[in-house]
Design a protein around this ligand. Structure first.
Ligand SMILES: [Zn+2]
Length: 344
């Protein structure tokens, strides 16, 4: 959303007198505005998009987050600190090294991680019938989709007005065939509680996927950074994992959910026009979009980026992350970031 989130207060020549000498160091600090931060989202607000489209919530990441916030009083504060770290590092972009009065330079402050990110994947397939026991080929097709979507360099398929903000995130995913585990289980539907993760725990050091029948028309859900390690990862119903068929058959449910796992919010901010997704280069909106909208689809007085992976449109009609979203994801791989272990 284009609004001024960050304001810089340059503390001109804040004097730091060292004990052993009288060296004077100029100090520059970014004052980070956190006043618009939110974690809980209201069912009343999100219901707008549901009613408009006569369609359910594809993704239950925000509902799961609401439940986790109630169960874990420390989670809200942890997510606040992660958000503050994210905003601080993004605000630091463009801040250059400064000269010290006594000679030498003060190095520039930390910014979003800029190197290649490679994330090893672990897949737990839990099935109650043979159709849910998806093939290795279907699983591998999902890894291909993730790599293609997170490394996109073709922006001709999005409206020209959005091409300048489109991003190749250079975030990559690898899957060793020995890290596909299959479990026959009589459970017909798992819902969105922790039961599947408790029964088949995540493996540390990986992005864990649980492929199991969620039920209730839910395609998938993810856990945001800051949550309990014992439940960290992404859950997706088998018919939406990898390349299958239908409106959600191109593997973009995982792209969307991994976006949440990397701390992206829904592009409409799960609220009204003023409730943000905390990304500067995505337009404001007050609802999810479904199907395959034509451009421009206007809400909040601007055209929605309906083709963004963090909207609710059909798989064939979503194809972009933005540079702002990329910065946001990459802050969690920087020093002090909640998923820095993946690049160390
Ligand atoms: Zn979502």
């Amino acid at each position: 959303m284009k609004k001024l989130i960050l304001s810089f207060a340059i503390l001109a020549l804040a004097i730091v007198a060292c004990q052993n000498n009288d060296e004077v160091t100029p100090n520059q600090e970014a004052a980070i505005d956190m006043s618009d931060f939110y974690v809980y989202t209201s069912d009343d607000v999100s219901a707008k998009s549901t009613k408009d489209a006569n369609n359910g919530d594809k993704c239950h990441s925000m509902q799961v987050l609401n439940r986790q916030l109630q169960e874990n009083p420390g989670l809200e504060q942890r997510m606040y600190e992660i958000e503050k770290h994210t905003r601080t590092l993004i605000a630091n972009k463009g801040v250059t090294a400064t000269g010290k009065p006594g000679g030498g330079t003060t190095p520039p402050p930390p910014t979003p991680y800029s190197g290649t990110v490679t994330i090893p994947v672990y897949v737990h397939v839990i099935y109650s019938n043979s159709a849910q026991n998806i093939s290795d080929a279907q699983i591998n097709s999902q890894i291909t989709v993730l790599n293609n979507d997170f490394n996109d360099t073709n922006y001709l398929d999005i409206p020209s007005v959005f091409r300048s903000v489109a991003a190749n995130t250079n975030i990559n995913f690898t899957l060793n065939s020995t890290n596909i585990k299959r479990y026959a289980d009589a459970t017909a539907t798992w819902g969105t509680n922790t039961s599947v993760k408790t029964k088949y725990p995540p493996v540390a050091g990986y992005l864990n996927f649980w492929v199991c029948n969620i039920g209730g028309g839910i395609l998938g859900y993810a856990q945001f950074p800051g949550g309990n390690a014992a439940t960290d990862g992404v859950v997706i119903s088998p018919q939406y994992f990898g390349v299958t068929s239908g409106a959600y058959g191109l593997g973009r449910t995982a792209t969307h959910e991994v976006g949440h796992w990397l701390n992206l919010r829904h592009i409409w901010g799960d609220g009204g026009c003023r409730q943000d997704d905390f990304v500067l280069d995505t337009p404001s909106s007050d609802r999810a979009n479904y199907g395959c909208p034509t451009y421009p689809t206007v809400h909040c007085q601007s055209a929605d980026m309906t083709m963004n992976y963090m909207d609710y449109t059909d798989d064939a009609c979503m194809n972009v992350f933005t540079k702002g979203q990329n910065d946001r994801m990459r802050t969690i791989f920087a020093v002090g970031g909640s998923r820095v272990s993946f690049v160390q």
